[in-house]
Ligand binder design. Structure first.
Ligand code: FRU
Length: 595
């Protein structure tokens, strides 16, 4: 199908060119020099070279040759015996000729027959499981959210991006913008992999006082360059066109590890009012390091945090440090967000956090013995917050997957989406302060047709089939549970294929659970079929909001006091719901479905 599309594109391109006064015929030829190197000669380059991908193949090395020392080979899994999908490789415009080298792809590989020249690349969705209102890249691989920053009415979302395939590789900063956190415009990648390395995770600030000298309100991005040759080093780039393009600082790197540390990455930079300084928090092995700067270029080490605190089952990554209000008080506390992989509560990656104080030099955890998790599902990682968000908001966004299986989930054109945006605040319970994650208010705008059931009692089972029967896999459910004396309060979302997700409160063990072991396609990883649990408080009334979007379920209990995010891959939407009670009864009031 796709191959035909590109032939058609070329036909149209050729037709358009013929219509012009001086037709310019584009042509491509391959000069194989054994099995290790092919020289690609292109005359009158079109916008793209369309590359055929087969994910099980080894990575070939595709390099546009300009003669500059900055020429960089990209790793591309070019098809050897069958084509799974295509990706576009941008060609230089305006030149009469272009030359590429392609290394490590055999001369008899199938790709040489299906590489195409084209001026367009079709990004219409081809994935059944692609979410509707969660951000996803148009095509290619995505992991962590990077450089989240708000400026002039736009929320910028940069992200770890591979434009040359739907598996991890070639890290660029992809770029999308939104005015409302729900509808996203996809822009060209903002920062490309270069000879210093992959462009790993990081952050962006608005330089309101022109500390770095690129102009007031310049956008300054901080990221880790990662390569075997240079290790992990911190770099900077600036943008004066509202984040569309960045210029890399000519004296990069701005910070290198001492003692040859291997894991030294993911800078989060923010302005600290009280000390009038910029602060950088960096993930270093299993701790966080804090640095300060006046000009965003020279950084001084201040302190380290982490030894003996929280979970240490893996490397600490993607930090954030924010000051949040405690609900119902005038007080604020600092929260250090610490992503960890592996070592999450259900295996693989997860987001933990610490609550305490920060004086511009040191973060002090007020509960050194506690381990606190931001989300109790398996698919909520690399969580960071938007800088400069309006109305004093602290809006968090996660990558909605898990390193245990992110590269193998059953999608093709793209891999991985983001969580829904969540407003963070703090609440106190039994003397301990916790994070509360409330779905961003913008999500209310998505609500379509409302179906409701005022109130019903469950003492054994209660089916509500019709309310979900015509859904397209994208809906929100809201409910309140009252008058309960049952030990288990639960419901199943299921479909006609026998696939189900069992969601329940175990009130004896005081936990909320989501069982996705029979949720649909689960066999791509032994780490996928699982039950996840969240500890809950013993409230007489329990509220629950569920966001379901093709291949994800996000549950928010008690207004965000607990959150649980899990991917699911049902072969048809869950279109029935059945409640059950064990050891007593309960009432569900104001049950609503928004489609
Ligand atoms: C977290 C992470 C980061 C790193 C990036 C690489 O998911 O491992 O620590 O910067 O992904 O893509």
């Amino acid at each position: 199908m796709k191959k035909n599309f590109y032939h058609l594109t070329m036909a149209l391109t050729t037709a358009a060119a013929l219509a012009a006064c001086q037709p310019q015929k584009s042509a491509i030829s391959f000069e194989h020099q054994g099995d290790t190197l092919t020289i690609v000669h292109i005359t009158n380059p079109t916008k793209y070279l369309i590359l055929p991908i087969q994910e099980s193949c080894n990575e070939g090395k595709v390099k546009l040759v300009t003669g500059s020392p900055a020429d960089m080979a990209m790793d591309v899994r070019l098809a050897v015996d069958s084509v799974e999908y295509y990706v576009p490789f941008a060609l230089p415009q305006g030149a009469k000729e272009a030359t590429l080298t392609i290394g490590r792809v055999a001369a008899d590989a199938i790709c040489w027959d299906s590489i195409q020249l084209a001026d367009t690349f079709n990004t219409a969705n081809t994935d059944y499981y692609r979410p509707v209102y969660h951000h996803t890249p148009l095509y290619g691989w995505m992991n962590d959210a990077n450089g989240l920053v708000y400026k002039d009415g736009e929320y910028h979302l940069y992200f770890q991006y591979n434009p040359y395939g739907s598996k991890w590789g070639n890290m660029h900063w992809g770029h999308s913008v939104s005015k409302d956190l729900i509808h996203w415009d996809h822009l060209d990648p903002a920062i490309a992999r270069d000879t210093l390395g992959h462009i790993f995770s990081g952050s962006t600030v608005i330089d309101k006082n022109n500390s770095a000298g690129y102009g007031k309100d310049a956008m300054i991005a901080f990221y880790t360059s990662a390569s075997d040759e240079h290790g992990q080093i911190q770099c900077m780039a600036y943008s004066t066109d509202n984040g569309r393009t960045y210029t890399k600082y000519e004296k990069n790197p701005i910070l290198t590890p001492f003692d040859g540390l291997k894991d030294f990455r993911d800078p989060k930079v923010f302005w600290h009012d009280a000390t009038d300084k910029w602060i950088m928090i960096l993930a270093v092995g299993q701790e966080m390091q804090i640095y300060s700067s006046a000009n965003l270029k020279d950084w001084a080490y201040e302190s380290s945090f982490g030894e003996g605190q929280g979970a240490h089952g893996g490397v600490w990554e993607c930090p954030d440090l924010i000051e949040l209000p405690i609900e119902g008080t005038e007080l604020k506390k600092w929260v250090l967000i610490c992503n960890i992989n592996p070592g999450g509560p259900f295996g693989g990656s997860a987001t933990q956090y610490f609550v305490g104080t920060f004086d511009g030099k040191r973060f002090v955890n007020e509960s050194p013995k506690a381990t606190k998790w931001m989300d109790w599902g398996k698919d909520h990682y690399a969580t960071v917050t938007w800088s400069n968000a309006p109305e004093g908001r602290h809006i968090a966004l996660a990558w909605m997957s898990n390193w245990q299986y992110a590269n193998n989930v059953p999608t093709t054109q793209y891999r991985s989406g983001n969580s829904i945006p969540r407003d963070l605040s703090l609440y106190t319970s039994a003397g301990e302060t916790y994070l509360k994650s409330s779905p961003a208010k913008e999500l209310l705008k998505l609500r379509g047709k409302e179906e409701k059931k005022h109130s019903f009692k469950v003492d054994r089972t209660y089916n509500l089939d019709k309310l979900l029967s015509d859904n397209t896999g994208t809906y929100e459910i809201e409910m309140t549970i009252k008058n309960r004396n049952a030990e288990i309060v639960g419901f199943q979302l299921f479909n006609s294929k026998g696939e189900e997700v069992d969601i329940y409160y175990n009130l004896v063990e005081k936990k909320f659970a989501m069982d996705r072991s029979k949720s649909g396609i689960v066999s791509f990883s032994q780490d996928f079929p699982i039950v996840t649990f969240a500890p809950i408080e013993d409230n007489s009334e329990m509220t629950l909001r569920l966001f379901i979007d093709k291949s994800s379920i996000e549950a928010f209990g008690d207004d965000g006091r607990f959150a649980m995010t899990n991917l699911v891959f049902p072969s048809e939407p869950y279109n029935r719901i059945s409640f059950y009670a064990k050891g007593g009864s309960y009432t569900v009031s104001s049950f609503k479905v928004y489609k």
